[in-house]
Ligand binder design. Structure first.
Ligand SMILES: CC(=O)N[C@H]1[C@@H](OP(=O)(O)OP(=O)(O)OC[C@H]2O[C@@H](n3ccc(=O)[nH]c3=O)[C@H](O)[C@@H]2O)O[C@H](CO)[C@@H](O)[C@@H]1O
Ligand SMILES: C=C(OP(=O)(O)O)C(=O)O
Length: 426
């Protein structure tokens, strides 16, 4: 199992390019199943989750061609299987995103229930209820969601909770349904907008993506097409927090400042000078120690839960006290005990973590438990005194493209150790 070995103490300096967004690429790859011609995607990040999705599409019979850069061609013309098996779904919850496209285009889908994961239970009842409202017969048996439909019909769906992949699944399904679908209380995340723009480029008729009311007029077919995946706002934010924590200066290029308003606002509150251009963000911390900030996660455009662990790491070494309230997932503080092992003074009280900043963290072997927890631990390692060994970084590899290489170009002392079993001296 690969690990990352980080020697803390170097301020991050320089420029780095954001990769394509995992959380846009995953639904867009699933949406290619709706098309009846080949789709050419660019800016697809090279990530474990993307490889898993491609394996899933390949097993269903889609023809896949990957270029040497960031392009992938998906030709779904000869699909022969409509099953998302447990062994793939268990490694990547986003596999649930094939449910809507399969039932809308092929009238059948057998998708393994994703089950719980480190950050919480993550049920998919809203996906199922929405498809039922559109006329699908859905049963859950033997750990599989089995959905069948002749042709879905439009419906007015009021989402009980804001769900990102729930909105995406139903929006995709509605594209080929007969009549109009209205999704109320829809997720407003930029990745929902990216997916809608992709679908519209194939011939769908979606309006209102980016608001909480999405209206979809069903069409008879979607064709092939070309699309460039949006940049990853969470990867971008992670590098900016790294710069703020280390007192450095980093410019992230090829990104989307307009998708990061809440994060940029918090970074200014910590004391960073943040400037933005059309596709870049520059953060200058000028060697200063950050000030602790209060965070309250909520659906977009509020502060994203996917940046919560990184801000816990920042608060751990900041001046003052910051409270971090996690309102989306019930168990997303798995990084806190690991940060405590590095000397952080953080107390968890229900869904709130109260962080008293300490002058310095001390390196320790730590265990990554989920994707963003891993990112928080890597950031902590960048400022800790000594060598931090982050174990189980397969979580990190789900969502960050060559993170250690990108951090190295910014001056960090970080390297991957393949299957490391080295024992650190105390
Ligand atoms: C691939 C992808 O895009 N993943 C993102 C997506 O996950 P994902 O789409 O799985 O997260 P949701 O927005 O659906 O979850 C929000 C909340 O709703 C609950 N819920 C959701 C669906 C449902 O049917 N029933 C239900 O109760 C969840 O348990 C959670 O408490 O949005 C999350 C919240 O911004 C992000 O952290 C993830 O990075
Ligand atoms: C939780 C995340 O992803 P997923 O929904 O794919 O587990 C994430 O990207 O932080």
């Amino acid at each position: 199992m690969d690990k990352l070995l980080i020697t803390g103490g170097t301020p991050l300096q320089g420029e780095v390019r954001a990769s394509g967004a995992k959380n846009a690429a995953l639904p867009i790859l699933a949406a290619t199943l709706l098309a009846d011609g080949p789709v050419n995607l660019t800016n697809v990040p090279r990530l474990r989750d993307i490889r898993t999705t491609l394996e899933l599409l390949g097993r269903m019979g889609a023809r896949l061609t990957q270029d040497a850069a960031d392009g992938i061609r998906v030709d779904p013309a000869e699909l022969s299987s409509f099953v998302a098996p447990y062994e793939l779904v268990k490694t990547m919850r986003a596999s649930i995103l094939v449910l809507g496209p399969l039932v809308a285009r092929y009238g059948q889908a057998d998708v393994s229930l994703p089950g719980g994961c480190a950050i919480g239970a993550r049920p998919v009842n809203l996906h199922i209820d929405g498809l039922r409202a559109m006329g699908a017969e859905v049963t859950v048996e033997g750990g599989y969601i089995r959905a069948r439909a002749q042709r879905l019909h439009g419906a007015r769906i009021v989402m009980e909770l804001v769900s990102v992949t729930g909105t995406e699944n139903l929006m995709m399904a509605a594209c080929l349904a007969s009549g109009e679908t209205l999704i109320e209380n829809a997720a407003r995340e930029p990745e929902v907008v990216d997916l809608a723009e992709f679908l519209n480029a194939l011939g769908a008729r979606i309006e209102g993506a980016g608001t909480d009311r999405i209206r979809i007029q069903g069409v008879e077919r979607l064709g092939g097409g070309d699309y460039r995946i949006m940049p990853d706002r969470i990867e971008t934010g992670t590098f900016l927090v790294g710069a703020a924590m280390t007192g450095g200066r980093v410019r992230v290029n090829a990104t989307r400042p307009d998708c990061l308003d809440a994060v940029i606002q918090k970074l200014r509150e910590v004391g960073a000078t943040v400037t933005t251009g059309p596709d870049w963000i520059d953060l200058d911390m000028g060697g200063r120690r950050p000030r602790a900030v209060d965070i309250h996660t909520a659906p977009h455009p509020a502060f994203p839960t996917d940046m919560q662990a990184q801000f816990c790491a920042l608060n751990a070494i900041a001046e003052g006290v910051g409270t971090v309230a996690e309102t989306i997932f019930e168990n997303r503080f798995m990084h806190v005990p690991e940060l405590q092992r590095m000397g952080a003074d953080i107390r968890i009280d229900g869904h709130v973590a109260v962080c008293h900043g300490v002058e310095c963290l001390t390196a320790a072997p730590v265990m990554a438990t989920d994707l963003r927890a891993s990112a928080g631990l890597v950031l902590a390692g960048l400022v800790a005194r000594g060598e931090t060994l982050v174990d189980r970084i397969y979580h990190l590899d789900r969502g960050y493209e060559t993170m250690e290489a990108k951090l190295s170009t910014l001056g960090a002392d970080i390297r991957r150790i393949a299957g490391a079993d080295r024992i650190l001296s105390p």
